[in-house]
Design a binder for this molecule. Sequence first.
Ligand code: GLV
Ligand code: MN
Ligand code: MN
Length: 419
Amino acid sequence: MNGFDPTPLGERTEAMIESLASISAEPDRLVRLYLTPEHKQAADLVAEWMRRVGLAVRMDAAATIHGLLPAGKDGPRSSRRLLVGSHIDTVIDAGKYDGPLGVIAGIIAVEELRARGIRLPFGLEILAFGDEEGARYPKTLIGSSTVAGALEPTTLELTDARGETVRNALLRFGCDPAAIPAEAYKRADVVGYLEVHIEQGPLLERWDEPLGSVTAIAAQSRHRVRITGEAGHAGTVPMAFRHDALAAAAEFIAMVEEVAGDNLVMTVGEISVSPGAVNVIPGSAVLSLDVRASSDEVRALAVESVRGRSRQIGARRGVVIGVETVHEKPVARCAPRLRGTIGAAIAGLTGRKPPELMSGAGHDGLAMAHLTDIGMIFVRCRAGISHNPLEHVTVADLGYAVEALIRTIVEIAREEDHA
Ligand code: GLV
Ligand code: MN
Ligand code: MN
């Protein structure tokens, strides 16, 4: 592909991915949740890597690690920053590329820019966010929303499964939650936000393309569904007299599958049942519902439809089904100017116009779009598998991804120089 050998950059990236992947709460699978000791260890390692490539490092009030390379040239834009980032938290039993790749790509890009003697007319800041997955708290994107000035204050009072609030976990981590509002960046100080991320879907592999440029990140919402029925004796209450919360939950899940459709996916990924005994009719159930759609209208209509059909299920079964919204983000469109620059950078590597694709997965860019223009580079992953330990990216594709990021940064600098 156009004479560029991706292997050396890819091998460096892979070695760093492996180092981060060894930091886990569990010996046999990768689990690294926000504000846990494992997050701390990963943040320390990332901070160390950032220092090693010459970045000025700090941790902010939401536990995001920032590494800043000041502008290499004086000029009207030298106080502005181009932001490059992704996340270092994981889902439970995660793959090792989802998140860390974007952070590591940024760090290696800095190292390469310096080694190649390239001086930028703006600062370059690498961000390692701590909460993109939302696997610990009901809300997600806490780090990126803080930088974007879009964190709802009520987020601090949310609790994890053990009842610990975000506020308390931040304090134990060494962060000052009261300082969160002051962390918000100003739009005028930022050039844009770039993120490299694995595709987490099968399209690039199907198209035989290592990289793609993202058009938009899907609208998403998360909901907590509470079903209240009536607990009772499993041996004595006739079937027709029951208000079984778990049976209602089963019908709810099947209904959700029916409402989902083109450009609309919905998932129930968590369920807990109370009291949870073999000889007791379930009295209540709590479920999660995750909704993604290609447009805000489609998503909102789907949630309306789920609510309406829940009322019907509830009325028929004599249970109450409440669908509460705990997280909601509209579609985030990638900026045409950055899509163009990313497309040109990838084309320079592959010799072809790269594919453009939508992201069904959520990313820190969803929050960063509140602040600035966003652009994303997607990287092919094996069989489209992600959120799974089988997640895999070849060394060559890692190398292409990092080089595409470097070339995108260089091109943005060239455009700024001529602006
Ligand atoms: C994060 O990976 C999400 O899309 O939920
Ligand atoms: Mn991710
Ligand atoms: Mn993920």
